[in-house]
Write a protein that binds this ligand. Structure first.
Ligand SMILES: Cc1cc2nc3c(=O)[nH]c(=O)nc-3n(C[C@H](O)[C@H](O)[C@H](O)COP(=O)(O)OP(=O)(O)OC[C@H]3O[C@@H](n4cnc5c(N)ncnc54)[C@H](O)[C@@H]3O)c2cc1C
Length: 419
């Protein structure tokens, strides 16, 4: 059977794969995206929309480690585990626990900070290129502390963020009410990130990026990559329909589904999914002016185009099981505790964050061949990191030096881990 030969194939058209492909097209490469679903319909569709240039904290930290057993086994906590998932998750949890110790955490934080701090300006540049500046709002973002204990914990964490270069200002309860008049009074106050942007429709943003790519020659194939093998001068992929494609270069950006593909390319990576949910309330966008995270409950309320999106929480588990009804009802109750007259959501959604134990993405050539480049594992900040990921990937594909030191995002870091 004849095999078509492509220049660059991008496996997975979420916000990461789309941004990588668009950047490569801008540089004159020929790009084919392969994805069984419509572009941007995975995790990239339903996130909280924050360009989180303040999100330098890895998920694992000493304070999370201290509370880990309590968090995991309380099905209502912001970081819970699906019932029955412990055996499958144990190796990942052991790595996560180690990465939560003070030394590894500080290292992870520096690595994340090096990617996120400029995320706003990088997104603004990309937004200008594809003419979607109106999808971005520049109103900052808030972490709200409901009581003094939450504020105390928040102050410690915010001091670490400020040290890492994040702009953060504390607001008293009165100042919070002035900024967000509809938010109910709290005893603690808030942390305000004045510079951060948010997106009013992440799904539509991904669509616009896909269309912009198509307008400059990018092509989409609605198929799934089942297998890949590295040959001397190319990479050959087998699709689920049996067809084979040969490519000079391949980018693996299949989000939470990347682990198996990387394994075929010769790399074992500890990727799991942190399942996250959203609810949408039509006509309620004006409840808040900017994304507000209720710090001790781990969810955001973001004003989106025509609706309020309530998004967040972490449920460790797999990609195959259905949404957990108790997680959705818990999130509805938490949203209604903020705004008792909110009513019921018109839509609910479950998405899969691609998560590694050290909260750093993999942005790196495969260990076997620089024809295969990885761009996955962005966890909680994939929307934020799409433009910088694309710059790094385009440099790797083009054989140039990346825009920053990328050793902290290498796939090879896992081969040095024990277990
Ligand atoms: C509730 C929630 C809130 C979040 N909030 C934020 C936020 O405010 N800010 C932020 O920066 N990030 C946020 N995130 C994280 C962010 O959404 C993700 O990190 C990001 O979307 C990951 O993008 P991706 O392109 O890697 O994955 P995805 O968007 O999941 O895309 C992966 C694509 O790969 C395709 N695929 C899978 N298998 C194959 C295969 N074998 N062959 C071909 N294609 C394949 C899939 O169909 C999919 O389209 C949030 C996530 C969740 C769940």
């Amino acid at each position: 059977m004849k095999i078509d030969t492509e220049d660059v194939v991008i496996v997975g058209a979420g916000i990461i794969g789309l941004a990588c492909g668009y950047r490569l097209l801008q540089e004159g490469r020929s790009v084919l995206w392969v994805d069984p679903k419509s572009p941007g319909s995975g995790a990239s569709y339903g996130n909280a929309g924050t360009i989180a240039d303040y999100a330098v904290m890895p998920v694992g930290s000493p304070s999370v480690l201290k509370r880990l057993p309590q968090l995991l086994f309380d099905s209502e906590s912001p970081l819970s585990m699906q019932p029955g998932a412990l055996a499958m998750l144990a190796p990942w949890l052991a790595k996560f626990a180690y990465q939560s110790l003070p030394g590894p955490m500080a290292k992870n934080m520096r690595a994340i900070a090096a990617l996120v701090l400029d995320a706003g300006s990088r997104w603004q540049e990309l937004a200008r290129a594809i003419a979607v500046e109106d999808h971005f709002k520049n109103e900052g973002c808030l972490y709200v502390y409901r009581d003094a204990a939450a504020l105390r914990r928040g102050k410690h964490e915010m001091a670490l963020r400020a040290e890492a270069g994040v702009d953060v200002v504390f607001l008293t309860p009165t100042e919070l009410s002035e900024l967000e008049p509809q938010w109910p009074a709290v005893d603690g106050g808030a942390a305000f990130f004045p510079k951060s942007l948010f997106v009013t429709d992440p799904g539509d943003l991904a669509n616009k990026l896909a269309n912009a790519g198509a307008n400059i020659g990018g092509r989409f194939l609605t198929e799934s990559v089942k297998d890949l093998s590295n040959e001397r001068e190319s990479v050959v992929m087998t699709l689920t329909n049996g067809r084979r494609i040969r490519a000079h270069k391949v980018v693996i950006s299949a989000g939470a589904y990347s682990k198996g593909l990387a394994a075929k390319a010769g790399d074992k990576t500890p990727l799991i999914t942190e399942r996250g949910y959203h609810l949408e309330f039509e006509g309620q966008a004006n409840r808040v002016q900017r994304p507000i995270c209720v710090a001790d409950q781990g969810f955001y309320m973001t004003p989106m185009a025509g609706r309020l999106r309530v998004a967040g929480t972490v449920e460790l588990g797999g990609v195959d099981s259905k949404p957990s009804p108790h997680r959705l009802s818990g999130l509805i109750q938490q949203a209604q505790a903020v705004f008792p007259d909110l009513g019921s959501p018109q839509r609910t959604w479950l998405g899969f964050r691609p998560s590694l134990p050290d909260s750093r993405p993999i942005l790196s050539p495969s260990s076997q061949s620089d024809r295969i480049v990885y761009a996955y594992g962005h966890g909680h900040i994939g929307l934020t990191l799409a433009p910088i990921s694309a710059e790094i990937v385009a440099a790797l594909i083009g054989g140039r030096s990346p825009p920053c030191d990328i050793s902290a995002y290498s796939v090879q870091r896992f081969s040095q881990w024990r277990g």
